[in-house]
Design a protein around this ligand. Sequence first.
Ligand code: 13P
Length: 259
Amino acid sequence: MATQTNARRPLIVGNWKMNGLRADARALALDLATRLRWHLTPAFDMMLCPPFPLLADVADAIRGSDLGLGAQDCHAKPSGAFTGDVAAPLLKDIGCSAVIVGHSERRTLHGETDAVVKTKAEAALAAGLCAIVCIGETESERDSKRTLEVVSRQVDGSLPQGATATSVVVAYEPVWAIGTGRTPTPADVEEVHAAVRARLGTRLAGGATDAGAMRILYGGSVNAANAGQLLNLDNVDGGLVGGASLKAQDFWTIAQSCH
Ligand code: 13P
């Protein structure tokens, strides 16, 4: 799937968050898988990240298509007495090729630090999953002009040991843009993505070459109307989409606006 192909080919990831029941999930996944199957030359890779209990249903619905499957979180350990948590090897076993780690909702609501995110990302890589590592500043950090400092610190602290352009995707999601209908300007998005890529060049074992090949997604109030402007910037390699990924037509339009 997606993460095995050309490293900078646009990747559109639908983060369903805590939404959906089995029937809706199957219908949405099947709709997108069918569109992808009939599209002769998609210029993008597409992935769905449903809630844990829906992974098996979605895996079944997308079987035989190029649609990728990812989870929204994983535990840092491969197994053990961790009630309610889900291990990366199980995600791999159930058909996932990726897992989101360090989403701001996990950082804020579950107290996940950069160090925790890093261990989760390392667990993902150890299980053979691609880690989609989320970073992004809060509104007060942006207002105090600390955005680049914050995302640089998050890159330094959250990036797993051994990260490569194919094993890790970075997702820049300004916290204040998530679910609010507000977005940075395209120039602001490009500035942050360029800075993140430069920082990656100093952190990856593969240096600037790997940083130049790593996908950096933008997320935060991406919709069918603004995707063309936000997702086609030089250093933007696709999107991590929340609300608009729950509607097949909107999500498809977003994907198609990437080139
Ligand atoms: P929205 O697209 O709903 O703003 O959510 C973005 C997000 O958090 C994706 O991970």
